[in-house]
Ligand binder design. Structure first.
Ligand code: ATP
Ligand code: MG
Length: 320
């Protein structure tokens, strides 16, 4: 049985949608189990926040938490930055230095954007992940360091593996537990609660009264597609908090892209505000299909997702 050391750490992750709650339950167990964890999710879905909660609720909570953005490491220094180096290991290496791994000893290493790690370093990281052993640049000795790894990615690592850009063995070592954070549009139910939280946070920071969203504004926020996910919602809340402190924020006060978003149907088509003429649209589509198929009726029917009989019936109906 795993003990849950400090589940309060997850309170900072706002939301009660089933998609999020089931991930938090898994995360609580994984945090206590001290295994390596892979956090997946699009930009702004809260991967770093999740990593922090994992660290804070683990038995390593009072040990170092070292954050590394793998996409921002200069290629020629990456190995020494990660594993340290000996004095004189390369030009400019004036003294022996610890790498991120040694700095994180006993604690947690957060490898953000792990998909960006060059293959050469992936091989070295694999050895470290497998048995905790690493080698400083310029040293022949193996060092053992106890570090838990939480890796995050907004890339599809399976795709990167298929393209030969990410090692399969490393993937399987790191993803002992995988936590996939849902996009905001998959958890629209959480929008009012998140918005309230961010408006209050912004008000506190600005030392002003919190504003609130009207129902029509909230409805509109729920329609929007949120490509930037929770970070984007947070930005919108900060924006309106700065412009309308203490006020009720209406649909008209929202950024244009959000004001203009419309309900998207399952088919992907959006009915224009002024409506359409169904009859002439049907005639037009039939003509287009016939033109595409060079007059072949079976192929035209197929283009419209109709059986040949249903297509012939419509030709007759419209006297085409
Ligand atoms: N569930 C949540 N509750 C409250 N705040 C959240 C939640 N999810 C994300 N945030 C906030 O949204 C912002 C973006 O989150 P975070 O930086 O963790 O995302 P990320 O997935 O690491 O993004 P990126 O891939 O762009 O690095 C942060 O300010 C974070 O505190
Ligand atoms: Mg991040």
């Amino acid at each position: 049985m795993f003990s849950h050391s400090n589940n309060d750490a997850f309170d900072s992750i706002i939301g009660h949608s089933p998609a999020l709650e089931s991930i938090i339950r898994t995360a609580q167990i994984a945090a206590a189990a001290d295994v390596h964890i892979l956090v997946e999710g699009e930009t702004g879905t809260g991967k770093e926040l999740m990593a922090q909660a994992l660290q804070q609720s683990s038995r390593r909570a009072d040990k170092p938490f070292v954050i590394i953005n793998c996409a921002a490491l200069p290629a020629e220094l990456i190995e020494s930055l990660m594993f340290g180096h000996e004095k004189g290991a390369f030009t400019g290496a004036g003294e022996r230095k610890d790498g991120f791994v040694q700095k994180a000893a006993g604690g947690t290493l957060f490898l953000d954007e792990i998909g960006e790690l060059p293959l050469s370093l992936q091989a070295k990281l694999l050895r470290f992940v497998e048995n905790g052993e690493c080698q400083r640049v310029g040293s022949h000795q193996l060092e053992k360091v106890d570090v838990r790894i939480i890796a995050a990615t907004n890339h599809d690592l399976l795709q990167l593996m298929n393209d030969g850009r990410f090692r399969k063995d490393l993937f399987y070592r790191l993803s002992v537990v995988t936590l996939r954070l849902p996009n905001l549009k998959e958890r629209r139910k959480d929008i009012p609660e998140l918005a309230r939280h961010f408006l209050q946070q912004a008000a506190q920071r600005n030392n002003a009264e919190a504003c609130s969203f009207s129902q029509d504004a909230l409805n509109q926020l729920k329609l929007y597609s949120w490509p930037g996910n929770i970070r984007e919602l947070k930005n919108v809340c900060q924006h309106v908090s700065a412009l309308l402190p203490g006020e009720i924020v209406h649909k008209e006060n929202l950024p244009l892209a959000i004001q203009e978003s419309k309900a998207v149907s399952d088919s992907g088509y959006t009915l224009p505000e002024h409506g359409i003429d169904m009859e002439s649209l049907e005639i037009d589509l039939i003509k287009q299909a016939l033109s595409h198929s060079g007059g072949n009726k079976s192929r035209a029917a197929k283009l419209l997702g109709l059986s040949r009989d249903a297509f012939l019936y419509r030709l007759k109906k419209h006297k085409l």
